[in-house]
Design a protein around this ligand. Structure first.
Ligand code: ADP
Ligand code: ZN
Ligand code: ZN
Length: 761
């Protein structure tokens, strides 16, 4: 018989192979393709009537039970179709690397070399003494601590990038031992979850929960008892997705938890998506404290083996709740009862490479396929979701107040335009006197402070005072950021580094100025201004080790840090009752980006970070520094007024029309030669224009150079497709993807289709 197989290759169609026995859909097989052996997925019987040349055999059937459940297979087809990605590439994304053939061989399980901590170094001074300048050894030591005391040696050397010399260094100090062991590869087993303190639901929480439970029971009663693979999907009658709009600190997480409890009671499972799992250890801990070992945490820092174990535990039904970032939406849950998307407005739910799916959209589709309740939660819902709610597609649940009658913190704006001489800017001070005074007060009271600046590095650009030249990356058209700790200019797009200049390369002047304040510079100012304070900076540069977020946030929780300073990383989901002041060093960072979501991003970030203040009985306040204090994004954030913001912003996006009123696809053409890229962009746009002639439903805008017109040495042009109808846009994208070919002979040219883009840069 013939079977249809999806392969993880960048080709849109599927492939046909010969099999000696029938094979169930979702089963992994080995086949020959282009001289290589690949892992593919059987989709079902193939059309026997077609003629095939050189038909090959399936070489091996890798499993008896499909690794891909039916609803995930259907979901993958939807993704492949909607986002124009090869089905095999989607399926590879949906499975742990061990299963998709990306990692070879399937290592024998449960027999590994472990590195294990032997000795505790509780005090920081002791650590300073022991490690001295051996910073990497200390990093590894603290990482192991965060991993619960042990992990695989190969994980440390390959994924986490520590050399054997560092491991040996720790062993020589008697701090670790290397042993061969047989253990469960769940690093979370060793991490003790927070104890559960019983609370009474607020009336708003109860009301929301009643509706959710009713929906869960309704869907449950419709589903026949399922064996694995998952029951026949019920397309019709699934409840509409719920949008939980709850102000910061209103207790959204508890609503998620109680919904999950109901679903588990029914014998079903659930998926919880969080934007970036490393940044939300508290949320994860709360789920674990309620549901213990039934939770599989799909953490980005897991080794391939650990990830596979977590996946397998879900697949076998040993665990029934998956919590993780974006890709956890593919978790193989038996009988899925609920999908929760926390902070549903976050742009990290969109994948930046093929398949370019948005996990929130995929969650809605999977819930429908599986007959599960879909719950999207946020204090600042995306305008897409808000729009859907207004059109009756989503059902809104509201938590209008913080728990225990706590007020939202008052927000004060410091107008950066009116700063006199000697204040911000002039004397290079980024913290205005009122903000400094407010910090002092908190330090005196032994309370904690969060400071946000969404720009890392020391100076964001270097400019010649004589001729105005700005130092740019050779590979990308972006300015280089000065990192003082490394004394290097760094490109944030391609990681190119170079020594900072001494004289201008263009005019020879030595009069160079380092401009634009980043987190490193604020950190220095904070340390100088408050020498007694314990300060920690959290941004991409301080959190490169995979478990370092846990480490920093743990210290804040234990009150070993007085001032936490950082980029947007610190704005998400943190719940520290002793934080009574949040300061925003510059609220305008995102406002000037050439992106139609600039105002929305600004409003969200300010509202979210403001929401970190005053979560405990001591209350709190927020101070925002801005040169645009009258902009509606900032004004509405000050008043915690999402509804007004959304109304105004929806109006702003009417003309010219932008999402959510219309759908977009961003078509990006890139290559190494500027003129060829331009030609290819013009040719492809012209071809599609011709193909679209006759339909008024899809509008083509451009082509033009991308706002950042070169990245990593590749020139970039783009054009936009715009339509009020998703289906029409899909048809246009499909034509381009299936019918159009870039000029042959220019192998470096690439065309990508990004549907529902989250950024147009
Ligand atoms: P959100 O996610 O909406 O910002 P959280 O779920 O983090 O809010 O809740 C804020 C805090 O309030 C948490 O410490 C949580 O334990 C607590 N909390 C939630 N619900 C209640 C309740 N009904 N009574 C008392 N405390 C609650
Ligand atoms: Zn110059
Ligand atoms: Zn670069």
């Amino acid at each position: 018989m013939l079977v249809e197989v999806a392969l993880p290759v960048p080709i849109q169609h599927t492939f046909t192979y010969r099999a000696s026995t029938p094979i169930l859909p979702g089963i992994r097989v080995h086949v020959r393709f282009g001289g290589r052996r690949l892992t593919g997925w059987v989709l079902g019987p193939a059309d026997e009537s077609k003629e095939f040349k050189n038909l090959r055999d399936v070489e091996a059937i890798l499993e008896t039970e499909p690794s891909i459940p039916t609803d995930v297979l259907q979901l993958a087809r939807w993704i492949a179709d909607y986002y124009l990605a090869p089905l095999g590439v989607v399926l590879r994304t949906a499975l742990p690397a061990v299963l998709s053939g990306a990692v070879h061989p399937e290592q024998p399980l449960r027999k590994r070399k472990l590195i294990r901590l032997l000795r505790d170094l509780p005090s920081l001074t002791e650590r300073d003494q022991v490690f001295g300048r051996a910073q990497r050894q200390r990093e590894l030591y603290e990482l192991l601590e965060n991993l619960g005391g042990s992990t695989e040696v190969t994980h440390v050397t390959t994924q986490l990038g520590f050399g054997h010399a560092i491991i040996k260094g720790l062993a020589d100090r008697g701090l670790v031992t290397i042993e061969e062991e047989t253990v469960s590869r769940d690093p979370f087993v060793a991490m003790k979850p927070a104890p559960v303190t019983p609370v009474t639901l607020t009336p708003a929480q109860s009301a929301a929960l009643e509706l959710l439970k009713a929906a869960a029971n309704r869907t449950h009663s419709r589903i026949p008892d399922s064996t694995f693979p998952v029951s026949q999907p019920i397309q019709a009658d699934a409840p509409p997705p719920f949008l939980l709009h709850g102000v910061t600190g209103s207790g959204k997480t508890l609503v998620y938890i109680e919904l999950l409890r109901e679903v588990l009671r029914q014998g079903r499972g659930a998926i919880v998506l969080v934007p970036e799992i490393a940044l939300t250890p508290q949320t994860v801990a709360r789920f674990r404290s309620h549901f213990g070992d039934r939770v599989a945490v799909l953490h980005s820092a897991l080794s391939d083996g650990e990830r596979y174990d977590a996946w397998r535990a879900l697949h076998q039904g040993e665990k029934s709740i998956a919590i993780g970032a974006r890709s956890a939406i593919f978790a193989p849950i038996r009988s899925l009862g609920a999908i929760v998307v926390d902070e549903e407005h976050e742009s990290s739910y969109k994948q930046g490479e093929a398949p370019r799916y948005h996990a929130r959209e995929v969650a809605v589709v999977r819930a429908r396929l599986a007959g599960a309740v879909c719950l999207l939660g946020s204090a600042t819902p995306s305008l897409e979701s808000w729009h859907n709610a207004q059109r009756g597609k989503f059902r809104v649940l509201v938590l209008p107040e913080r728990v225990e009658g706590r007020p939202l913190p008052p927000v004060q704006v410091i107008d950066l335009r009116n700063r006199g001489p000697g204040s911000v800017g002039e004397s290079k001070r980024s913290l205005s006197p009122p903000l400094v005074a407010a910090i002092e007060l908190r330090l005196e009271r032994q309370e904690q402070v969060i400071l946000l600046l969404n720009r890392r590095g020391y100076s964001t650009f270097v400019q010649c005072r004589e001729c105005g030249e700005v130092w740019q990356c050779r590979q990308c058209n972006v300015s280089l950021t000065y990192h003082r700790s490394r004394r290097r200019l760094v490109c944030h797009y391609c990681f190119h580094e170079e020594a900072p200049p001494v004289i201008c390369g263009k005019c020879g002047s030595a009069d160079l100025s380092f401009k634009g304040v980043g987190t490193e510079q604020v950190e220095r100012e904070v340390i100088e201004s408050f020498p007694a304070a314990r300060v920690s900076r959290m941004d991409v540069d301080t959190t490169s080790a995979k478990w370092s977020h846990h480490d920093i946030l743990g210290k804040v929780e234990r009150r070993e840090i007085d001032i936490l300073l950082g980029t947007q990383m610190i704005a998400k989901g943190l719940d520290f009752p002793n934080v009574t002041l949040v300061g925003v060093v510059n609220a305008d960072v995102a406002m000037n980006l050439p992106d139609f979501r600039a105002a929305e991003r600004t409003f969200q970030l300010l509202t979210q970070v403001a929401g970190r203040a005053g979560r405990g009985p001591r209350g709190g306040e927020v101070i925002i520094q801005s040169a645009l204090p009258n902009h509606y994004a900032i004004k509405n954030a000050i008043e915690h007024d999402y509804i007004s913001f959304a109304a105004r912003e929806l109006n702003e996006r009417r003309t010219p029309a932008y999402p959510p009123h219309v759908r977009l696809a961003n078509i990006v053409i890139s290559g190494t030669e500027e003129t060829f890229v331009q030609e290819a962009a013009e040719a492809s746009a012209e071809w599609l224009r011709a193909a679209l002639r006759g339909t008024r439903e899809v509008e083509l805008i451009g082509p033009a150079p991308c706002p950042i017109d070169r990245i990593r040495g590749r020139w970039r042009w783009h054009f936009l497709l715009r339509s009020a109808r998703a289906a029409a846009l899909g048809t246009a994208c499909r034509q381009l993807s299936l019918r159009y070919e870039l000029k042959p002979g220019r192998a470096d040219l690439r065309l990508i289709i990004d549907r529902d883009p989250v950024t147009l840069l």
